[in-house]
Design a protein around this ligand. Structure first.
Ligand code: SAH
Length: 400
C-alpha cells in the first residue's frame, strides 16, 4: 500500500478551505508527498502541521481537491458516507420536498451536501446517480450499498459526466446503465400533482430539469387565460403547469425535435390522466435567438426564457450577458400588452444581480411600464453553500 497522500496548501487556499469552500485548485497546492492517483482521498495539513481537511484528489482536474471534511479528523468508510446521505435526506424531509403529489426531486446536491461530485435524483422509485469525479468510481460498491439502504430505491441508474466515461471504463470497468434490476426508461414521476417523464438513460442532466420545479409552479399560477410561449422548452415542463392553470394555449419552442416529442408526450400523459383541461398546444422547432428576432410582435401573454448555460466559462460572461439581453428583448417584442416575462439563467459565471439588472434594463429600454413581480434562486433540494454552486436565478416582470 502506498503511503497516504498528504498535501499542504498555500495560505490563500488554506484560508478558503477553513471558511468552508470545498474546492482547491491546482495552483493552491504547495506540496504533496507523491503524485497521487485520480480518486484518492488526500489528507491536508496546515502550516503548523495540524490536520486541516480531507478531500478527493484528482491530478487530471484543475479542481485538484474537493474537500468533504474540515478541521475534525474522521474515519472514512461506509458508515461515514451513510451518515452524509442521511443528513442530505433529513434536509429534504425538513423542507417537505417529496409528498403531496411530488415523487421527483434531488436527494443529493454534490459539494453543497458535503458529497462532492455526486448528484442523486429521485424519479418515483428510480434513483439516478450521477458521478462527476473519479473518487466515486473507486467507492462505487459502498456508495451503491449506502444509497440503497438509506433511500430505498427499486432501481438505480448510474450516469457519468462526459469527461469521466472513458476513464471509468478503462480503469474501473464501469459504464452507464442500471445497476442490478433494470427499471423503465423513461420513468414517469409526479411533480406537484402533474405527471412527467424523465429520460434517465439519455436525457440532459439526470433526465429532467428538477431545479425549475418552483418556478414552473409560479409560472403556472400566472398563466390562466393567457397564451404562453415556452422558449427552450425541453420536455415542456412550464407548459404543462400553464395548461393545468387554464392557459388559453401553450407553445413549446426548442431546437431539438426529441425535446418537443417529449413535451407532446408530457401534455398527453396529463390530459389522459385528467390532470389538465383541454388546451391548444403548438410546437416550434427553431433556434430561439433567430425565431425571437423575426416572429410576429405582440402575440403572447406569458413568455418564459430558460436557455442552457450561455457562459460555460468565465471568459464567456460578457457575451452571455449580451445573449440574455437579446433574448429578453426578443421575448418582450412578442409579448402582448399586460404581458408577463420570465427569464432564467443557469450560468454560474453570471452573477445573480448582473443577470437581473440586464433583464431589468432591457425591459425599461422597451419604453413599456415595468413592474417586477418576483425573483428566485435555488429550491431547498438544490442547496448551494459556496459561490460557484449558485447557478440558477430567475426574474419575472410584468410589462404594460
Ligand atoms: N425549460 C426547460 C429546460 C430547458 S433546457 C425545463 O423546464 O425543463 C434547455 C433547452 O434549450 C434544451 O432542451 C435544448 O434543446 C434547448 N436549446 C439549446 N439551444 C437552443 C437554441 N438555440 N434554440 C432553441 N432551443 C435551444
Amino acid at each position: 500500500m502506498p503511503a497516504k497522500l498528504r498535501l499542504r496548501l498555500f495560505p490563500r487556499a488554506e484560508s478558503a478551505v477553513l471558511r468552508g469552500h470545498p474546492w482547491v485548485f491546482s495552483d493552491g497546492v504547495k506540496e504533496q508527498n507523491r503524485p497521487g492517483e485520480p480518486g484518492e482521498v488526500a489528507v491536508v495539513y496546515d502550516r503548523s502541521d495540524r490536520f486541516l481537511a480531507l478531500g478527493f484528489f484528482d491530478p487530471l482536474s484543475p479542481i485538484r481537491l474537493r474537500v468533504f471534511q474540515v478541521r475534525k479528523p474522521v474515519l472514512v468508510g461506509e458508515a461515514f458516507w451513510r451518515e452524509r446521505i442521511r443528513c442530505a435526506r433529513a434536509l429534504r424531509e425538513a423542507s417537505s420536498v417529496f409528498g403531496s403529489g411530488t415523487t421527483g426531486g434531488r436527494w443529493i446536491n454534490g459539494e453543497s451536501d458535503a458529497l462532492p461530485g455526486l448528484v442523486v435524483d429521485r424519479y418515483d422509485t428510480t434513483l439516478v446517480v450521477k458521478i462527476y469525479i473519479p473518487a466515486w468510481l473507486e467507492l462505487l460498491d459502498s456508495l451503491e450499498a449506502a444509497l440503497r439502504e438509506e433511500l430505498h430505491p427499486a432501481f438505480l441508474m448510474l450516469r457519468l459526466s462526459r469527461n469521466l466515461a472513458g476513464l471509468a471504463l478503462d480503469r474501473w470497468g464501469v459504464s452507464e446503465g442500471f445497476r442490478g434490476d433494470s427499471g423503465l426508461d423513461p420513468v414517469v414521476f409526479e411533480e406537484n400533482g402533474l405527471l412527467f417523464e424523465a429520460q434517465v438513460r439519455q436525457g440532459q442532466k439526470t433526465g429532467f430539469f428538477l431545479d425549475q420545479r418552483e418556478n414552473r409552479q409560479r409560472v403556472g399560477e400566472m398563466s390562466r387565460d393567457r397564451d404562453v410561449l415556452n422558449v427552450f422548452s425541453y420536455s415542456g415542463g412550464f407548459s404543462v403547469y400553464a395548461a393545468r392553470a387554464g392557459a388559453r394555449s401553450v407553445t413549446d419552442l426548442d431546437i431539438s425535435a426529441h425535446a418537443l416529442e417529449s413535451a407532446r408526450r408530457n401534455l398527453r400523459l396529463n390530459a389522459s390522466a385528467s390532470r389538465l383541461p383541454p388546451v391548444e398546444h403548438h410546437c416550434l422547432q427553431a433556434d430561439a435567438f433567430e425565431w425571437l428576432r423575426s416572429s410576429p410582435a405582440s402575440t403572447y401573454g406569458v413568455v418564459v426564457l430558460d436557455p442552457p448555460s450561455l457562459a460555460p466559462r468565465e471568459a464567456n460572461r460578457s457575451a452571455a450577458l449580451e445573449g440574455y439581453a437579446a433574448l429578453a428583448s426578443g421575448g418582450i417584442r412578442v409579448l402582448r400588452r399586460d404581458g408577463i416575462l420570465v427569464s432564467a439563467s443557469c450560468s454560474s459565471h453570471v452573477h445573480q444581480e448582473e443577470f437581473f439588472d440586464t433583464v431589468r434594463r432591457t425591459a425599461h429600454r422597451s419604453g413599456r411600464r415595468v413592474r417586477e413581480l418576483w425573483t428566485s434562486g435555488h429550491a431547498p433540494d438544490h442547496p448551494a453553500t459556496f459561490p460557484e454552486a449558485h447557478y440558477l436565478k430567475a426574474i419575472c416582470l410584468h410589462l404594460d
